[in-house]
Design a protein around this ligand. Structure first.
Ligand code: GLN
Ligand code: ZN
Length: 772
């Protein structure tokens, strides 16, 4: 019989229960016991859900109160001393590493003040993990009462025999780094770490675990030779423990492993290998060819990263292909990755249009799909005829829906010409025109778009959403806000003004709500980091713009301003990346549709008298495919083209800005340059100005506003401090290239500090204006 398996389940619960509990605990509203009990309740609920859905192999130790990589830091006692020395309760030490900890001294305890460990993106997902941080002379020890064993026993007691999930030794080390001031190479710690894995695996076996899932997701990356080389000793050791430890399923996901096949010999004697066939279906054949003689293959055919219903016909064909080569006993039907990246259940969505709801599948529904696929290939399609028919109907409904087939959108895409990606003239000509038209001083000052989103703004937005005030009233309120923000900016003497974005809840949702092709959910939250969740909009169909989206507000703002007003849009790649995209057409097609909608908006803004237009692309970099090479080059090409398509429709005299919240341009500088934006604003206040050197080395000809202060902090940098930043910038960039602005938008700040920060910024700019 072919078994079904889930690689990991979302932790938050149906109503973000985990978020609520952890935040209540941090706020001192519930006790540690209450929190631990809530964790237990959620784990049990999630095991039972998967069991009820008919899943054969259910994971444990996938649950975490914050992050599973952070769990492993405690599991192996790799906790830096600055956290461990306080002798906090384990859960408090855990949170201290995840989010920092500050506590004044008490009678029997000295003061605690430690910042969090670094947190970074989990591969190319929107989930963030806590980076293991190692010391010179690092040692490891198994946690006294190891969490994977406890969780396994807890499930077993509840009648569910699970497959524990642990992060593999090579990935655990390779995803970590040396602590500040330390020089240890993490992978060199492998020998010290392996005995602890052995101890853990033996304990799991003793507890009754028959199989264990060891994740080595780094196998989908381009690996340095010494990392690759670490797989051999690591897995020869683990294989040598056969009989004393559970059977090992080695899991990879988010990519293909073909380029790392030279690592496979070390893995061939493990019981099973898991591969992601949603992202890379073509790896099935080569992987089968390389499989060990008795090895089982776990085929990831249900998407753990997106919310679409699985196409049963296609998934079953893939599984059958594996069975054809390996036989039923050697195939497991699985989710492509952990289901952590999809929302809990579709059943919570009461307001979704029935047509599109029928196309979606969230974690609970995906668990059910796995069981159906396994049954179909075990007993034959007749055993699940009804489900297969319903699924085929959904697929057919989606394929033939008006939403996914808008002839007007298709026609427009077919008519896109190469020339539409280019501005009328080169930068020199444009800049000359813009200079005349906008008459800006040297070192022009501006902000990135949003101003503080005050409590009052949120109250009025909620009232409007609930129908307690009319659209007319809400509009008047927004106008009043804009007028006020303009007045403040004029008092501050900024040069290019913004309207402040008071009408926008979120930089993607706001546009999604105004575009055809998007839908929104009420409960579809996914964990981003710790207790933070996001609810991405969903692109369900062809995208078009029924009406202007921002023109009214920008035009009003310009009408009450004496200085140039900057229009503010979210770029095509950011709209795409921060949504659940379609899986039935290539992302480049969706990006182009978004670009065309934005192009119309840009042209309409210009026609309404807005001659500076900023198109934000903070997500451009995170869309970079995990591996260098063709895939990455292709992405950059269509991503850059969609930005250019969205902005190139304007006259030379209109100035196009773009904005990025990061300063790592080194590895994809050519793409940034290819955007051909007249002005780029970038995050810079926390980085070394040396990073700007790349602009000099590559003779970047256009203008740049490296951020001069951090917008995440209420801290007010002095005028002198900002001058120092500008001085550093002048080391690398020509004065006429420079703009002076903050790192990013100011929506999370309070007005008090914002005014002080900007006053100092404007004064510093004026100082240099006089000097040159
Ligand atoms: N214009 C947006 C703002 O100022 C940009 C936000 C972002 O880059 N994340 O809020
Ligand atoms: Zn930003």
């Amino acid at each position: 019989m072919v078994q079904s398996a889930v690689l990991g389940f979302p932790r938050m619960g149906e109503n973000r229960d985990l978020k609520k509990a952890t935040e209540a605990y941090w706020g001192g509203k519930i006790s540690q016991q209450d929190l631990l009990a809530e964790g237990k309740r959620l784990r049990l609920a999630h095991w039972k859900i998967q069991k009820a859905a008919g899943v054969d192999i259910i994971p444990s130790n996938d649950f975490s109160f914050y992050d599973h990589v952070l769990d492993h830091i405690q599991l192996f006692t790799a906790v830096p001393e600055r956290y461990s020395k306080h002798k906090l309760a384990p859960i408090d030490e855990f949170f201290a590493m995840g989010r920092g900890h500050q506590k004044p001294a008490t009678e029997n305890q000295s003061a605690v003040d430690v910042p969090a460990l670094e947190m970074v993106k989990w591969f190319d997902s929107n989930y963030h993990y806590v980076k293991p941080t190692f010391q010179d002379g690092q040692t490891f020890k198994l946690q006294p009462s190891p969490k994977p064993v406890n969780d396994f026993l807890e499930a077993k007691e509840a009648g569910v025999v699970t497959r524990p999930v642990i992060l593999g030794p090579v990935s655990f080390l390779a995803l970590g780094k040396a602590d500040r001031g330390q020089s240890v190479d993490p992978i060199s710690l492998l020998d010290k770490l392996l005995p602890v894995y052995e101890e853990l695996l033996v304990k799991l076996k003793e507890a009754g675990a028959e199989t264990v899932q060891i994740d080595e997701p780094i196998l989908v990356l381009d690996l340095a030779p010494k990392i690759k080389a670490a797989f051999k000793p690591a897995y020869e050791k683990i294989s040598s423990l056969s009989g004393k430890i559970p059977e090992v399923v080695l899991a990879t996901y988010f990519g293909d492993i073909v380029h790392n096949f030279d690592v496979l010999p070390a893995l061939q004697s493990l019981y099973a290998l898991h591969v992601d066939l949603v992202r890379h279906p073509e790896q099935l054949e080569p992987v089968i060819a390389k499989l060990g003689a008795k090895q089982t293959l776990s085929v990831g055919v249900v998407d753990g990263r997106n919310i679409w219903k699985t196409n049963f016909q296609r998934a079953i064909a893939t599984v059958e292909a594996a069975i054809h080569k390996l036989g039923k006993e050697r195939v497991i039907v699985s989710s492509s990755s952990s289901l952590l990246h999809v929302p809990h259940t579709l059943d919570s969505e009461k307001k979704l249009d029935a047509e599109v709801k029928d196309w979606f599948s969230f974690a609970i529904q995906k668990a059910g799909e796995l069981a159906v696929i396994a049954k179909a290939v075990t007993e034959g399609p007749a055993a699940v005829r009804e489900q297969l028919e319903a699924n085929a109907k959904s697929m057919e409904s989606r394929a033939s829906s008006k939403r996914t087939n808008d002839p007007a959108v298709k026609e427009r895409q077919a008519k896109v010409t190469e020339g539409m990606h280019d501005r009328k003239s080169g930068f020199d000509v444009r800049y000359a025109e813009q200079k005349k038209h906008l008459s800006l001083p040297l070192f022009p000052t501006t902000t990135i778009g949003s101003f503080p989103q005050t409590k009052e703004i949120r109250i009025q937005r909620n009232k409007f959403a609930k129908g307690e005030i009319t659209a007319e009233q809400y509009e008047r309120f927004i106008e009043k806000e804009i007028e006020e923000v303009v007045r403040i900016q004029e008092e501050l003497d900024l040069d290019v003004l913004v309207h402040g974005e008071p009408e926008r809840n979120d930089m993607v949702q706001y546009f999604g709500e105004r575009l055809t092709g998007y839908v929104f959910t009420t409960h579809a939250w996914v964990q981003s980091y710790g207790s933070r969740c996001v609810r991405p909009p969903i692109i369900v169909g062809d995208i078009s713009r029924p009406a202007p989206m921002t023109v009214k507000e920008s035009k009003f703002a310009a009408s009450v301003a004496k200085k140039p007003m900057k229009g503010m849009l979210t770029g095509p790649i950011t709209c795409l990346r921060w949504s659940f995209p379609r899986d039935d057409v290539h992302q480049s097609v969706q990006a182009q549709q978004l670009a065309l909608a934005l192009r119309d908006e840009v042209v309409d803004l210009e026609a309404a008298g807005i001659y500076v237009i900023q198109v934000d692309e903070p997500a451009l970099r995170e869309g970079l495919p995990l591996r260098a090479g063709t895939e990455r080059e292709k992405y950059l090409q269509w991503a850059v083209q969609s930005f250019r398509l969205s902005t190139a429709g304007v006259e030379d005299s209109t100035q196009i800005h773009s904005h990025f919240c990061y300063s790592e341009f080194q590895d994809f500088f050519h793409a940034i340059a290819a955007l051909d934006a007249d002005v780029l604003s970038i995050e810079n206040s926390k980085s070394d100005a040396k990073l700007l050197k790349v602009f000099v080395d590559e003779s970047y000809p256009r203008h740049i506003g490296p951020g001069v202060f951090d917008i995440h902090s209420p801290r007010v940098p002095s005028e002198e401090e900002i001058k120092t930043r500008i001085e550093e910038m002048i080391q690398y960039l020509k004065p006429e290239q420079l703009w002076i602005n903050p790192d990013c938008g100011l929506k999370t700040r309070q007005w008090a500090e914002t005014k002080l920060q900007l006053t100092n910024m404007v004064n510093a700019a004026k100082f240099y204006r006089q000097k040159f």
